[in-house]
Write a protein that binds this ligand. Structure first.
Ligand code: UT7
Length: 348
């Protein structure tokens, strides 16, 4: 049985910076409101017509591959996490495989939103441990700006989310006690509709309070209607307070679970890299675990919540800034739509 480790890491964020004040051109909001509630100062938006979730993933993957000292031809499995795929199907993993000229390797897309990267890393860890693959590319990438409601109607959601990508190469290691020590994945679908994008979706909104009126025909035709575009039903929905309340419970819980599994304590953590959901959530978690400021990495101020990309972007920035050294204990933790949540403990 092997252990797996992160052998290379990279990230990419688009050039276009939108500050909180910039958003005032589109909606009734304020820098004060956004910073006070979320900590966000600015976010990046992909170029509408030239950048895609896949293309940003390719940028991040190129750096991760190079830092791992391999080429794209060496990648033997791809896992791509996103909630904003280029196409409804097929997924982004095959588009990345094509763009990067990789071999006919397995390509898996996963849909676990903000927990996407932790889920993807866990899957990579299992495949490496069993000896099945040796160079797994894990990507988290999001172009969320493509379909957000940037009007006052959608301000409670659109100010929070941003675009970007991060990637890692996961390889086997024989160094005892090094690499990914354990991963922990959870879900609770009871509140699935509290943070969701219902359409287009095969349910057609059956059972939802505001079930759309579909065309009167015998079959099909339940994709989107002009009415849904007009009334904003096609945009994501979020009960922010419900998400917040659950997140501040599940983040500490799943971090403590990972520590307990490895007979470690919060004081053993050298760096916690939480999913960048909201600075207030990260601060709450930090306090709950009794961690000092230098033990928790946050960059939501610059990028907003980049969903599946947020952990690999933050992990890469922290590593580039010298905040992660050989032998450090790094904890990743995420919570998001589903609800799903998870953690990973890594001895760097
Ligand atoms: O990865 C998981 C992703 N999601 C999350 O982590 C979300 C967790 N939840 C949160 O971060 C917070 O709930 C939010 C930041 C989303 C919202 O903060 P809140 O303190 O829960 O605000 P609220 O939704 O209760 O809204 C308070 C007020 C409302 O006005 P009224 O009804 O009190 O007059 C909103 O209309 O703030 C208003 N508001 C805004 N005002 C200015 C909502 N969005 C904005 C905005 N600018 N962008």
């Amino acid at each position: 049985m092997f252990q797996s480790r992160i052998a290379g890491i990279g990230y990419y964020v688009p050039k276009n910076i939108y500050t909180n004040d910039d958003l005032k051109r589109f909606m009734d909001t304020s820098d004060e409101w956004i910073q006070e509630r979320t900590g966000i100062k600015e976010r990046r938006y992909a170029d509408r017509l030239t950048e895609t979730t896949t293309s940003m993933g390719v940028e991040a993957a190129t750096i991760a591959i190079q830092r791992a000292g391999i080429t794209s031809k060496d990648v033997d499995f791809i896992i791509f996490a996103t909630l904003s795929p280029d196409y409804y199907f097929p997924g982004c993993a095959v588009l990345l495989q094509r763009t990067m000229g990789m071999g006919e390797v397995g390509a898996l897309d996963i849909r676990n939103q903000c927990s996407g990267f932790v889920y993807a890393l866990s899957i990579a860890d299992q495949f490496v441990k069993t000896g099945m693959y040796k160079n797994i590319l894990v990507v988290g990438s999001e172009k969320q700006s493509f379909a957000m409601d940037h009007s006052t109607r959608g301000r409670a959601i659109s100010v929070i989310f941003g675009d970007g990508a991060g990637a890692v190469i996961v390889q086997p290691t024989t160094e005892h006690g090094k690499g990914i020590l354990s991963t922990h994945l959870h879900s609770d679908g009871a509140e699935a509709e509290k943070l969701a994008m219902y359409y287009p979706g095969a349910s057609g909104g059956i059972g939802l309070a505001n079930q759309p009126k579909w065309p009167d025909q015998e079959l099909g035709g339940m994709f989107i209607t002009p009415q849904m575009i007009a009334d904003g039903t096609i945009f994501p929905v979020m009960d922010g307070q419900a998400v917040f309340k659950k997140a501040v419970v599940k983040f500490p819980e799943v971090i403590l679970e990972a520590l307990a599994k490895n007979n470690l304590n919060p004081t053993d953590i050298d760096l916690l890299v939480p999913h960048q959901a909201n600075l207030r959530i990260s601060q709450y978690v930090q306090k709950k675990l009794g961690l000092t400021d230098d033990k928790v990495f946050n960059n939501i101020q610059k990028y907003g919540n980049t969903t599946a990309a947020s952990i690999p972007i933050a992990l890469c920035e922290a590593w580039e800034a010298g905040k992660i050294k050989e032998g450090d204990l790094v904890c990743l933790a995420a919570f998001g739509a589903g609800f799903t949540w998870g953690s990973a403990l890594i001895r760097w």
